[in-house]
Design a protein. Structure first.
Length: 328
């Protein structure tokens, strides 16, 4: 009568041992992955050291690069990237012949700090940048924002209108819409769970889908060969993945907040987007903002996608020049 019970107990003990072995193997795999990710992050930072300067505001270090002389021109990159995105596009080189060009790594990207105690929505970033403007002597710049950077540019213009000469908004997201990518890409910003993801699986997933991301952001055009110089593993560092995920999560609520104030904008606003943008619908975003701002100028470029500054930098430069002379 005892034999069946003994066999059951024996089977249960074996099952528990297998479960423990499985848990230990999973923990070991995560640990090895974490060490590898940390090593790749350090290698990426050594290969791409800060090549600009730092300005410290309220204990937060902002990395920026500056070139040229003349009227100030500030460039604000989109989500998930860094100032190299603008540099590789060639736009700063075009502008430097007649502008003082300043490109910032926004908080948490590139080599800029992003303290965890702050919700870095567009208004918080605009406040930090305005203080950096004061410290660096950047007086009434033309402010160019691309993608998520357009929200920061708008917050600057709305909260510090006297400090911004004009706006150039490239491929922007201005009005809330349902976006599946928000739900898929936000989890790495969740405390604890997101921390584990960012140091284990998220960088691998990011590297695996990198070609698909490039196809989506550049399509329908081909990616320019020069973009091959973009430091992929800098963008896949755990710290930058957290910043990117947080901004993805904030995108819709921030657009809901900002849209209530667009009518306050009195300065010249130049809006530019690709007609075939696969990331944001130009008709629902850029064209709609133009309708809200009758004094704005809109240029929609046919056959062009989201990375408009890479694909038609000369046309972007024309918009910047127009913005530079549009206000006294």
């Amino acid at each position: 009568m005892q034999a069946p019970v003994s066999r059951i107990q024996h089977d249960l003990r074996n099952a528990r041992r297998k479960d423990h072995r499985g848990a230990w193997l999973a923990a070991l795999a995560l640990g090895v992955s974490s060490l590898f990710i940390l090593r790749r992050a350090r290698e990426a930072e050594r290969a791409n050291p800060p090549r600009g300067n730092f300005v410290e505001i309220d204990g937060i270090k902002l990395h920026y690069r500056e070139r040229g002389q003349g009227q100030p021109l500030v460039l604000l990159h989109g989500n998930g990237t860094m100032l190299q995105d603008f540099e590789i596009s060639g736009l700063p080189a075009l502008a430097a012949s007649r502008y003082r060009v300043i490109i910032f790594d926004r908080p948490g990207f590139g080599h800029s700090d992003r303290p965890r105690g702050t919700i870095w929505n567009p208004r918080a970033q605009a406040e930090l940048l305005q203080k950096a403007f004061d410290r660096l002597g950047i007086v009434r710049p033309v402010v160019v924002g691309h993608s998520w950077g357009t929200q920061v540019a708008l917050a600057l213009a709305l909260d510090h209108a006297e400090s911004v000469r004009s706006l150039v908004l490239l491929s922007g997201y201005f009005f809330p819409t349902f976006r599946l990518d928000v739900f898929l890409l936000s989890p790495p910003a969740i405390p604890v769970i997101g921390d584990i993801m960012r140091y284990t699986v998220s960088p691998w997933i990011g590297r695996l889908i990198w070609p698909l991301i490039l196809k989506r952001v550049f399509g329908p055009s081909k990616m320019p060969a020069r973009f091959g110089a973009f430091p992929v593993w800098m963008a896949l560092r755990p710290s930058q993945l957290r910043a990117g995920a947080a901004e993805t999560a904030l995108m819709i609520p921030d657009a809901m907040t900002l849209q209530k104030r667009y009518a306050e904008l009195k300065m010249p606003v130049f809006i530019m987007a690709g007609a075939d943008d696969r990331m944001v619908k130009t008709q629902h975003q850029s064209a709609r903002l133009h309708d809200v701002l009758p004094h704005s100028e809109l240029r929609v470029v046919p056959g062009i996608g989201h990375m408009i500054h890479h694909l038609v930098p000369d046309q972007v430069m024309e918009m910047i020049d127009a913005a530079g002379v549009a206000a006294p």
